[in-house]
Design a protein around this ligand. Sequence first.
Ligand code: NDP
Ligand code: PYC
Length: 333
Amino acid sequence: MARLSIARLNELASAALQRAGAAPEMARMAAAALVAAEAQGLGSHGLARVAQYAGHLRSGRVDGSAQPTVVRSRAAACLVDAGEGLAFGACALAVREAITRARAGGAAFAGVTRSHHFGAAAWHLEPVAAAGMVGLAFGNSPAAMPAWGGRRAIFGTNPIAAVFPRRAAPPLVIDLSLSEVARGKLMVAAREGRPIPAGWALDKEGRPTTDPKAGLEGLMLPAGGLKGAMLALMVELLCCALTGAAFGFEADSFFSEAGNRPHLGQAFVVIDPDALAGSEVFHERMETLVATMQLDPEVRLPGQRRVELGQQAEAQGIEVPDALAAQLESLAA
Ligand code: NDP
Ligand code: PYC
């Protein structure tokens, strides 16, 4: 294992993406998101994605010079075109727009179209919590799960996230894929030669498997069965029907360098508590629920683990497997 500082990892990831063709700002924003995910213990959406994004930039699946722009706009809603670039600049623009519009109108929806992988969904909501507002994020991804009852991959693993700000504590952050786990966890298990628990995936013949490579060739299982499949359907419609983006089944897998420009969609909702019961009431209600949950010492708050790991990584750097560190160095060199 190599221990590298956050600053060094940002330099390496950003250099690797620029070398593959990303404009400096696009590379910087993607690197910051991937390094933060790694720091917060989300290896499935962290440094391992640098090589994947670099491959997509090199093969033309991503336009490294794309400039996200607002292409449609009304008071409480807008649409951002990511221009086939990496997703992070487009999502940041959408979230900034949604915060401004929610401050004026109480709530806002911002969609993103012609986009790519947006990493860990909750990353995009940090500015929402910092602005004292509630945020929701949704994203679709290349098909990996069947519609309920089917055998063919139609929906992505389609993450959803929510942030709820707190006055004297880090926000509550809920962030999950609608498959039993993120597909990236199979990618990490395959790289480390570890089996996966039964119940995460089926092989390409439709049999339950504990082999991550077989699972990557097969299907992911929806979180909680029928209910995860219904939520994944809802995310496809929110992110694509409203924005014009491509459905999961229209996007080629991210796990191969070759393929189409995925044209995925993302959606963000921002709500200002002041427009409803008001901030005082919102914070009183939040703290009452949190305190009640914490009466049980075995309960931990979602998001807490990420904050603790992130602070530890800031202070001590991150341990990166030698092979991954060598891959980053070579992509950046
Ligand atoms: P997990 O199953 O690891 O976690 C899901 C949620 O449950 C998190 O909010 C987590 O909080 C919380 N949680 C887990 N255990 C506990 C516990 N014991 N007590 C309280 N809360 C708990 O997530 P997934 O594998 O489903 O997803 C991982 C990441 O992958 C997410 O960031 C997601 O956005 C991303 N993803 C991105 C995709 C894309 O296309 N861009 C596709 C799929 C996933 P905590 O973080 O604090 O552990
Ligand atoms: O981790 O589920 C996942 C995922 C889907 C697309 C890219 N990553």
